[in-house]
Design a protein around this ligand. Structure first.
Ligand code: FUB
Length: 322
C-alpha cells in the first residue's frame, strides 16, 4: 500500500491509535464533529464528546465501526473535550486511556475498562492521580506498561514543571531546553501511575536537548512509541510547524536522539498518528482535513505503509500525496 487510504469517509475521526489485538487491527480515534465552536489557539473547536472503535482484518479491506464505546456524559468527572486516546491489553482486559477536561477545565487522563477490544468501556470514577495534559499512548514491554503523554498550547503542558502546577503558564526561552513530553510506568492494576512521570528528553545530533525555539524539531503533542530492530522510536507532532517527527533511544524512558521527519504537513492544522506492524508490514495511521475542505476540526483518518531504510531511519512520507 504505497498510497494513503481514507479509512472511514462516512464520518470525521482523528488521532487514530492502532493496535493488533486478537489478530485484527483495532483503531481508537477521536470523534470530530461540527459543534460550532470558534477556532482558537486553545483548541476549543476540538469539542469532541464520544469515542468509536474500528477494526480491520486487512489494511486494504472493509472497516467495521463498532459504534460509540464511551461518551463524556457517562464519565463521572467530565467537563468537556474528549481528545486523543489509546488502548492497552493486560490479563484479559482492555484499558482505554483518554484525555478529557475536568469540571475546572483542566485536562486530565482517565481510564475506562472493557473485556473486549471493541468496548463498551466503563470509566473509573476519577482521573488518574497526578495526571495532567493530553494525548496518552501506552507501550508494553516484558509485562511493564509505560504511558506517554503531554501537549503544549491547548494541551496545557506549559502549566506544569516537575509534575507540579505553576501559578501561571510559562514556556522556556527559545535557547533553553524545550518542554518535554512525559512518561511513567503504570501500576500493576493499570489504573494509576506507578511512579512520578519523567521527561521524555529529545537530543540533537550533538547530544544537546532540543531547544524550545527549534520549532521544527521540538515536542508539541501526539506521543507514540514503537520498537523496531531493538530500538525505541518516540514519535510526535511539532504542532505549529505541522510535522510528525521521530527520535530513537535504547530504552522506553530515553533519552531519544532526533532522527527526522516521518510525515510532512498534511492539509489541516494538526497532525497525529500511530505506527503499527501488521502481517509483516509497517503502517502509519494518521489524519488530515482534506475531505472537510480544510476545516481543521473535522479530520479524516488515513493509513499508508511506512518504510525503513537499511540503517533503521524512516523514509519520509509526503503528507499531501494522494
Ligand atoms: O484531537 C484533539 C487534539 O488535536 C489531539 O489531542 C491533539 O494531538 C491534536 O491532534
Amino acid at each position: 500500500m504505497k498510497k494513503a487510504k481514507y479509512l472511514f469517509p462516512q464520518d470525521y475521526m482523528a488521532d487514530p491509535s492502532a493496535h493488533v489485538f486478537d489478530g485484527k487491527i483495532y483503531i481508537y480515534p477521536s470523534h470530530d464533529w461540527e459543534s460550532g465552536i470558534a477556532e482558537n489557539d486553545n483548541g476549543d473547536h476540538f469539542n469532541m464528546k464520544d469515542y468509536h472503535v474500528f477494526s480491520l482484518d486487512e489494511v486494504d479491506g472493509p472497516i467495521t465501526d463498532h459504534g460509540v464505546v464511551l461518551a463524556a456524559e457517562n464519565i463521572p468527572w467530565s467537563g468537556r473535550q474528549l481528545w486523543d486516546s489509546d488502548v492497552a491489553f493486560k490479563d484479559s482486559k482492555y484499558y482505554l486511556y483518554f484525555s478529557l477536561k475536568d469540571q475546572n477545565d483542566i485536562f486530565r487522563l482517565g481510564v475506562a475498562i472493557s473485556d473486549k477490544p471493541y468496548g463498551p468501556f466503563i470509566p473509573q470514577e476519577n482521573p488518574i492521580k497526578g495526571s495532567y495534559s493530553i494525548d496518552p499512548c501506552v507501550f508494553e514491554e516484558n509485562g511493564e506498561y509505560y504511558i506517554y503523554f503531554g501537549g503544549i498550547w491547548g494541551g496545557q503542558l506549559q502549566r506544569y514543571r516537575n509534575n507540579k502546577a505553576l501559578e501561571s503558564a510559562a514556556f522556556p526561552a527559545d535557547n533553553e531546553p524545550a518542554l518535554c513530553g512525559k512518561v511513567a510506568r503504570l501500576r500493576d492494576d493499570m489504573l494509576e501511575f506507578a511512579e512520578e512521570s519523567r521527561d521524555v528528553v529529545i537530543l540533537d545530533e550533538n547530544g544537546q536537548p532540543i531547544t524550545q525555539g527549534d520549532t521544527d524539531r521540538r515536542f508539541f503533542e501526539a506521543s507514540w512509541m514503537h520498537k523496531y530492530n531493538g530500538k525505541y522510536y518516540f514519535s510526535y507532532s511539532t504542532g505549529d510547524t505541522h510535522l510528525l517527527c521521530y527520535a530513537i533511544g535504547d530504552n522506553p524512558y530515553g533519552p531519544f536522539t532526533y532522527k527526522g521527519v516521518i510525515l510532512t504537513p498534511v492539509i489541516g492544522w494538526t497532525t497525529h498518528h500511530s505506527i503499527v506492524e501488521y502481517k509483516g508490514k509497517w503502517y502509519l495511521f494518521h489524519h488530515d482535513s482534506a475531505p472537510s475542505g480544510g476545516r481543521t476540526w473535522l479530520r479524516s483518518m488515513k493509513v499508508i505503509e511506512l518504510e525503513y531504510n537499511p540503517d533503521g531511519t524512516i523514509k519520509t512520507i509526503n503528507g499531501k500525496s494522494k
